[in-house]
Design a protein around this ligand. Structure first.
Ligand code: UDX
Length: 426
């Protein structure tokens, strides 16, 4: 199929490369000419395992290209995925400015395109957005009618950063929310090579499936952190508890790793957007609000543990190992490391940090307020106290830390609490 993908961020680029890989003709569209150049030269603008190889291979086969020219891209394709960002407003609600601009652009281009075109929203949008905002804007600007002149659908992505390509190629399921049968049939055909488990539903339901998945996983983590905080007071290792609990198939052992909290570009943003939407509809989602509150408080536990051992933190040297919101990425969006650094600076501590990938991103925020080590050994040597905030494999060697106090926020080391080791929930 001939596909254009608008927005070459994580979701857009991984989907574009994936659709090209399974034999479609894909055009990536982005407003950033630097990104477009990189893609056309086989360089992935993001750090994502396997993506660059697939990109290079698809370029060689002539299955993918990138452009800033949205008009030609839409004119020369039959399907357009919208994969632009949906950031948060100050109050946590979803900001649809990019979605609206792109919808208007698409409508204006479709006005002069005679053939049928299918529009699919890939971006995470609150229920109702695809029909009420995207569909309506396209109809208004194009003068055409959904279901007759153009197709409309929403197909959420469930890609984990760092494993996005793998998740794309081997999905648990593909969810397709379609306005009409023709749109659903085209998307089923497109996704058939990826999985036998294609779930077709209405558009609003597809939008809600995405939010519910992320809200559930985020709540699961906050739940395990809450139990972990109780375990800590009782002198129990929450990981021993979870081993016994996760064996129940109704619960499953996944996403029950207690620690200093979830971060990333999806969980915090999506749960807050769902809360805002729910409140707007007159329902207060107490459980979801608690999931956010537990997560907000979790990094503070690291500071409390440091104080327990060191007393006042003023002029105390503390090293942070791991800054990314999880291993395998340089992404620091909503990473617990950010609030922990802020709190340590506020308390007057002397902070040194190290992360194999995310160092530069942290430097852009904190500049000369903290020190940046070139290697983990240098970082460890700088301070008597080490906080482990991202469970990179290279931090798992216990012999690195001789003579140091370790405060572990991720169960990076498999130790029980003792004089020189303190786990956040164990
Ligand atoms: C998530 C979803 O998993 C994915 O389906 C969705 O499309 C986008 O959001 P991602 O943000 O890449 O993916 O990361 P994920 O691996 O899910 O981890 C999110 C955060 O939760 C990380 O900060 C991680 O450290 C934390 N986490 C995860 C825990 O604290 N405990 C766990 O048991 C699992």
């Amino acid at each position: 199929m001939k596909i254009s993908v608008i927005g070459s961020g994580y979701a857009g680029l991984v989907n574009a490369a994936g659709f090209a890989h399974i034999g479609n003709q894909v055009t990536c569209v982005d407003i950033d000419p630097k990104k477009i150049d990189q893609i056309n030269n086989g360089i992935s603008p993001i750090f994502e395992e396997g993506l660059e190889d697939i990109l290079k291979d698809s370029l060689k086969k002539g299955n993918i290209k990138a452009t800033t020219d949205i008009k030609t891209a839409i004119e020369q394709t039959d399907l357009t995925f919208i994969a632009v960002g949906t950031p948060s407003n100050e109050d946590g609600s979803i900001n649809l400015k990019f979605i609206k601009t792109v919808s208007k652009d698409i409508g204006n281009i479709l006005k002069n395109k005679d053939s049928y075109h299918l529009i699919i929203v890939k971006s995470t949008v609150v229920p109702g957005t695809t029909e009420d905002t995207v569909g309506t804007i396209i109809e208004q600007t194009s003068g055409k009618k959904r279901g007759r002149d153009f197709g409309l659908a929403m197909s959420p992505e469930f890609l984990r950063e760092g494993k996005a390509m793998e998740d794309y190629l081997k999905p648990d399921r593909v969810v397709i929310g379609a306005h009409d049968k023709k749109s659903a049939d085209i998307l089923c055909e497109l996704n058939k090579p990826l999985t036998g488990n294609i779930i077709t539903t209405g558009i609003k339901t597809a939008e809600m499936i995405k939010y519910t998945s992320n809200a559930f996983l985020a709540t699961k983590i906050s739940f395990t952190n809450e139990i972990g905080n109780i375990c800590k007071k009782l002198g129990i290792d929450v990981y021993d508890v979870i081993k016994g609990v996760g064996a129940d198939f109704r619960i499953s052992p996944y996403f029950l790793n207690a620690g200093c909290g979830f971060g990333g570009s999806c969980f915090p943003k999506d749960v807050k957007a769902l809360i805002a939407k729910s409140r707007q509809l007159g329902y207060t989602p107490t459980l979801l609000e608690s999931a956010i509150t537990v997560n907000k408080n979790q990094p503070k536990k690291m500071i409390d543990l440091a104080k327990k051992h060191l007393g006042e933190l003023k002029d105390k040297k503390i090293t942070l190992l791991g800054l990314a919101f999880k291993p395998g990425t340089d992404d620091i969006r909503e990473a617990p490391a950010i609030t922990i650094i802020e709190d340590l600076i506020k308390a007057g501590a002397i902070v040194t940090v190290y992360d194999p990938e995310a160092q530069d991103n942290i430097k852009a925020i904190f500049k000369d307020k903290i020190s940046y080590a070139q290697a983990k050994e240098e970082a460890i040597a700088s301070s008597g106290t080490i906080m482990l905030l991202t469970e990179w494999d290279e931090f798992r060697d216990e012999t690195l830390y001789e003579g140091k106090l370790i405060i572990d926020g991720r169960k990076t080391l498999n130790k029980k609490t003792q004089a020189d080791y303190e786990g956040i929930c164990w």
